[in-house]
Design a protein. Sequence first.
Length: 406
Amino acid sequence: MTMATLDDVQARESRHVLQTYRRQPITFVRGEGVRLYDADGREYLDLLSGIGVASLGHAHPGLARAIADQAQTLLHTSNLFFHPLQGRLAERLASLSGLPRAFFCNSGTEAVEACLKFARRYWYTRGEPRAEIIALEEGFHGRTFGSLSVTSDEHYRAPFAPLLSGVRFVPVNDPSALGAAVSHNTAAIIVEPVQGEGGVRPLTPAFAAAMTDACQATGALLIADEVQSGLGRTGYPFYFAALGLRPHLVSVGKALGGGVPVGAALISEEVAAKISFGDHGSTYGGNLLACRAALCFLDELVDGGLLAHVGRMGRYFEQRLKAIAGKHAIVKQVRGAGLMWGLELTCDAAPVVPAALERGVIVNRTAETVVRLLPPLVITEAEADEALGRLEATLGAVGANQGHAA
């Protein structure tokens, strides 16, 4: 394949690609581990991993072999037939989550859609239809209509109104507000155990306890959206367990395929018993390629010791990031767990992204004032030192421009 220049790529996209993304002016052409290389051969340390997707890093040899082998064997047959991998993957996810059944789809937002549909179906089957969904302010669940309906940000919502009716938003980490909102009309509560787009905000134990109490009192189902925080990202298989939550439904995506699109809704037996043939479907969902990639990732996560590695690296990141915050007044707060971190700044974080790219490190901005870090789960201490050194230099430069003394 001929290597295109950045100008060629931008010109072609400007003519033919729908302009929904504001891209950085870089064309990546190759990766290795936590490193990416652009069309000019320049190296970058990736602290974003494609927004939490490249969980095993780039060009992981084991994942590459698994994908190549599966491509030479069989890619797709549809869900009209059995194949040998979907049940194996569902079994692995059940052992990690405690939820015995899985519905496979292609992305996180599709997994959320499935959870919302299954929650509605549960109450319909019981003969007492409930339509109300309780969601959190600052929550983000995706951009399809159902997922967007439980996403609070008006910037995302307003152009597409009216959305799904019966959704109520409550402030995050406000137990009394949650308790007042949930009733016997509530079909489900949907939460991210760690809010991602909302600025890397973990739910508090007190708020988690209030959710458990509300569900027990009213029968409302609990949906944990672990698309970003799940599958080892926080050092736990799922962060809901760290909070003592027992959800009825869990959405996963992002890290699961290591870059191959795959999502899943994980479902309790109580809810699964209320689902019937034909209630939902997906042409691509859980095909052989997606399942093979996901099984490779889970092998590394569980059997390959990656989960324990994330726990160790999470403690290392926390130590390094808090040291950086102590030296730079621009950093207001450090939040997160495992390898999911947010640096809340005293100003808009937008200038940090291009300034970091200039220094060869990839991060992104979310919730306006937060620098979000989602490095590949395989990152080492030496790579973290190098990347965080570049990030610290970036924060120093941006802070100086903002009038913050280091």
